[in-house]
Design a protein around this ligand. Structure first.
Ligand SMILES: *Cc1c(COP(=O)(O)O)cnc(C)c1O
Length: 430
């Protein structure tokens, strides 16, 4: 099994020590399950590794991976900070009493309304993406009579060799200001002139699903030498270095296991070396894991509705969910592992495409999956769905979104309830 919170007993798939077939019976399908204990474990791996390795550090959870009140409460209890990318995420975090001083507000297209709302919430830091936003933050901070703490988002000019759809660190990106072109230096200079902004440091996020720390070494090298340049040219010392997100998770057996604690130790040693070589004081280091906090804490259960064989072509299995609860295959052919949750001991000689219920040919969960010969009513489990599933879910075809049921120490509880017909009609004219 790809994660140690999965096991098999009496032909059934167990997740977080619980029989998935029993949970499907209790809550219905489609169903998102979240292993709270695994989520907390993932938080602690980052907090302990970063706390032990860096002079000062804080892991920030990238909310976009999965935002709901209960997750914010758990993160707050585990001592993490959070990234938000919209006023909506910020609102949700605040409504869960998440400490606002540990919230970092990201995004390449923040509106004046969002900027003002974030300031009214007392958000800790803005991660300012571009010159237009810099001017807007200054103006609104001045109007409110506050001094807003900020980091600046820079692009170090690195291609992380992952999917194009999830890489953001190259010079040609809609995010941030490039170092290579000289624009980043000007960005910092302009920010330092703003009386209502207190610049605390710099940020870069190179990409997601990163399996080797080489990407972080390269990012750190470029950012540290830029910090040295800031000292030399502007007499400014950045106190915070934010390295962005991205350690990878195992969607399939082909994905490597990342020893996140060990990797963070090596990144810290690399940064320490770089600082002493450049004569820089060691900055406080931030990282922004999203996927690697929640992905393997999640699993989705579906019920098979039909199977068919097209002779000479292929086999199809259709389930009661799809791109509405997991659009990642439709978006970029993301790989997933699928298990026949109630028939784990049977031979898997039926190679099929697992399709969703939506009226869209691209609505697939996965292709070329080996499963037993399934029947209507059988259960399927899609593994590692804790990240970018619920948060990317939609109501396409006017399908309600599944609930999130949390599992912890043998207990189960609803963190987000299933969407009802009334929810689906709630915003329409009466
Ligand atoms: C998406 C994103 C992250 C999180 O990436 P993961 O792959 O989920 O760890 C962190 N920082 C920024 C700026 C992002 O855009």
């Amino acid at each position: 099994m790809i994660c140690d919170n999965l096991s098999v007993k009496n032909g059934h798939l167990f997740f977080a020590g619980r029989d998935t077939a029993e949970l499907a019976g209790q809550y219905g399908t489609p169903l998102y399950l979240m292993d709270e204990d695994r989520l907390r474990h993932n938080c602690r791996v980052y907090r302990e590794a970063m706390g032990g390795a860096f002079a000062a550090a804080l892991p920030l959870y990238a909310s976009k991976a999965l935002a709901c009140r209960r997750v914010y409460e758990i993160l707050a209890e585990e001592g993490l900070g959070a990234d938000v990318v919209s006023a909506g995420e910020l609102y949700l975090a605040r409504s869960a009493a998440f400490p606002m001083d540990k919230v970092f507000f990201h995004g390449n297209s923040k509106t004046d309304e969002e900027i003002a709302f974030a300031m009214d919430c007392g958000v800790g830091y803005f991660i300012i993406d571009n010159l237009d936003e810099l001017a807007a933050v200054e103006q609104l901070a001045a109007r409110k009579g506050i001094v807003q703490k900020a980091l600046l988002r820079l692009t170090p000019g690195i291609d992380p060799h992952t999917f194009d759809a999830v890489s953001t660190g190259q010079v040609d990106s809609k995010f941030g200001v490039p170092i290579e072109t000289g624009q980043a230096l000007d960005f910092v200079r302009r920010c330092l002139e703003m009386p209502h902004i207190r610049l605390r440091g710099i940020h870069a996020h190179v990409g997601s699903q990163v399996f080797t720390s080489q990407v972080f070494y390269d990012t750190a090298d470029i950012m540290l030498s830029f910090m040295a340049q800031l000292r030399g040219k502007l007499g400014y010392t950045a106190e915070i270095l934010n390295l962005g997100g991205g350690y990878g998770v195992r969607y399939t057996e082909d994905d490597p296991v990342v020893d996140i604690g060990g990797e963070i130790g090596r990144v810290a040693a690399h940064i320490k070396d770089g600082c002493s070589r450049l004569g820089l004081p060691e900055p406080m280091v931030l990282m922004e894991p999203g996927r690697s906090i929640v992905a393997d804490a999640g699993l989705t259960l579906y019920t098979v509705q039909s199977t068919k064989t097209i002779p000479g072509y292929k086999n199809y299995v259709s389930v009661d969910g799809g791109m509405t609860d997991n659009p990642r295959y439709a978006l970029y052919q993301a790989a997933y592992t699928i298990e026949p949750a109630g028939r784990m001991d049977e031979a898997r000689d039926f190679v099929c495409t697992v399709g969703g219920r939506c009226c869209e040919s691209g609505d697939m969960i996965q292709e070329n999956v080996a499963l037993p010969r399934l029947r209507r009513g059988d259960l399927l489990a899609v593994l590692t769905t804790g990240a970018y599933n619920y948060s990317m879910a939609s109501n396409y075809n006017t399908v309600g979104r599944p609930p999130i049921v949390m599992l912890s120490g043998g207990r189960d509880y609803v963190a987000v309830r299933r969407e009802t017909f009334a929810d689906l009609a709630a915003r329409d004219l009466p």
